[in-house]
Design a protein around this ligand. Structure first.
Ligand code: BES
Ligand code: MN
Ligand code: ZN
Length: 487
């Protein structure tokens, strides 16, 4: 990660200097010399720079590179994050950079501290890469950016920056987990990694296969049965509000470290993407990590089910009937509909054990939702309008957008079975909705519940400013915004 600092000196010895401008005019005070300002004005005119968001103009005086970066009119935090990511690409090959924050610019509505924080977050998200497995990468292909200094004439409130760095850390941590191949992130390895977060004051319990068995989570165990890698359930408690006994929120995540489909084996094409089938769990863990780093004054508990779905002689068969922790029986008609089996038991566990009254679960649950929304939106399902609206709003502000789909009795009956209380897969119709209906059967009366289906948006194949190619960790920023809103 890059180091971010503030200074009010006006001058800076950084290799690259950046001036934010909402129009063709800029006021850089003492940040650059008069001659430089004049040269930059000329360059801006020649390069037709008018301050449009994400546009740049620049000069190089033989020693220092000076870049004008357009913010556009009234940029949102998300706009500035995107600008930060674009800027990062331009300056990644310099070790030190300084950014001159705008002053008394009517077109910038965010404070200097918020502006700097948004730029820094964008740089950290856009600058993320997963390169630990390259053994022969030339050293000069690695980014060098060590330090970015934000220069402002007046003292800047540094608290938004601290929060942004915490969030960046959490998103990058989640991406690392999601990009990790399944041979190196088995449920056991994953659980051990999560356990290390207790240094942040998060209370972490790892349930092993015996404990999971004793609890009666046979639905989750049915998924794990075919794999040589034993399942784990990780329970993370963040108590930022010690005066309150209850948890404000429960988070549940799908942590299928690899989804082969089991006996209902998936086709070979892109099966490797299923190493990312634990994204929901990583998002839950990272959201709690961010809450701890930010010391949010709320109580939140997370439960993630970590299992590998494999075919073998000990695997669950289509047609098998299992008993869930809730006591309800399930006919497993398709072993590839495994995520809901894991989540159903985790939902029941979090309700029984912690009595949470509001739950959000997040999972790469269905190809159907991916087909519906492509890579633009994640599916939102909820039994409470306020909760749904709040989440959708957090989605808009963070750019991790949600769109609501129905869950109701008509869809729910599609999950009825002839031989058990329910089956784990309906027909091919409305797959994302019927999956949500299945989950809702494990939500107790009176519990407010939302389900986020992030299949598709968990990964970016093309790469965007804030989400370089690979795992996006979709949901960490969204959940962080949500957690900040309930304190
Ligand atoms: N992990 C998959 C869903 C998925 C698909 C995530 C593509 C990311 C990209 C899930 O376990 C699954 O296999 N779902 C099945 C359910 C079906 C068998 C009822 C699906 O959606 O096809
Ligand atoms: Mn599956
Ligand atoms: Zn899956």
């Amino acid at each position: 990660m890059t180091e971010f600092t503030f200074s009010d000196a006006g001058k800076s010895s950084a290799e690259t200097k950046i001036i934010l401008a909402s129009g063709s005019n800029f006021n850089a005070g003492k940040f650059i010399r008069k001659e430089e300002a004049a040269a930059l004005k000329t360059a801006a005119r020649k390069q037709k720079f008018v301050g449009k968001s994400g546009s740049f103009a620049e000069i190089f005086n033989g020693k220092t590179r000076i870049i004008l970066a357009g913010t556009g009119n009234r940029p949102s935090a998300l706009d500035l994050q995107t600008l930060g990511a674009r800027l990062y690409k331009k300056i990644a090959d310099t070790a030190t950079a300084a950014v001159c924050l705008p002053e008394d610019d009517k077109k910038i509505t965010l404070s200097a501290g918020q502006t700097a924080a948004a730029l820094a977050l964008g740089m950290e998200l856009g600058g993320y890469r997963f390169d630990k497995y390259f053994t022969k990468k030339p050293a000069d292909s690695y980014p060098k950016l060590e330090k970015v200094e934000f220069v402002a004439a007046r003292a800047v409130d540094a608290s938004p920056m601290a929060a942004a760095q915490a969030l960046a850390n959490a998103v990058r941590y989640a991406r690392d987990l999601c990009n990790e191949p399944a041979n190196n992130l088995t449920p056991e390895i994953y659980a051990a990694d999560i356990k290390r977060l207790d240094y942040l004051g998060i209370d972490i319990t790892i349930l092993d296969e015996d404990k999971i068995h004793d609890l009666g989570m046979d639905m989750l165990l049915a998924v794990a049965k075919g794999s040589a890698n034993l399942p784990r359930v990780a329970v993370l408690q963040w108590r930022g509000n010690k005066d309150q006994k209850e948890f404000d929120l429960g988070l549940v995540g799908k942590g299928v470290t690899f989804d082969s489909g089991g006996i209902s084996l998936k086709p070979a094409a892109n099966m490797g993407d299923m190493k990312g089938d634990m994204t929901g769990s990583a998002v839950v863990v990272a959201a709690i990590k961010a809450a701890a780093l930010q010391k949010l004054p709320i109580n939140v508990v997370g439960v993630v089910g970590l299992v590998e779905n494999m075919p073998s002689g000990s695997a669950t068969r289509p047609g098998d009937i299992v008993r869930s922790m809730s006591g309800q029986t399930v006919e497993i008609v398709n072993t590839d509909a495994e995520g809901r089996l894991v989540l159903g038991d985790c939902l029941w566990y979090i309700e029984e054990k912690f009595g949470v009254k509001t739950i959000i679960d997040i999972a790469t649950l269905t190809g159907s939702t991916m087909m519906t929304f492509g890579f633009e939106y994640a599916g939102l399902f909820a039994n409470d309008d306020k909760l749904a609206a709040k989440l959708a709003e957090c989605g808009e502000t963070t750019g991790e957008k949600l769109w609501r789909l129905p869950v109701n009795a008509d869809y729910d009956k599609m999950m009825d079975s002839d031989v058990a209380d329910m089956k784990n897969a309906g027909s091919r119709l409305a797959g994302g909705i019927t999956a949500a209906c299945f989950l809702q059967r494990f939500v107790k009366d009176g519990v407010k519940w939302a389900h986020l289906d992030i299949a598709g948006v968990d990964k970016d194949d093309k790469g965007h400013p804030l989400t370089p190619k690979g795992a996006t960790a979709f949901g960490v920023r969204l959940l962080n915004a949500f957690l900040q809103s309930i304190r």
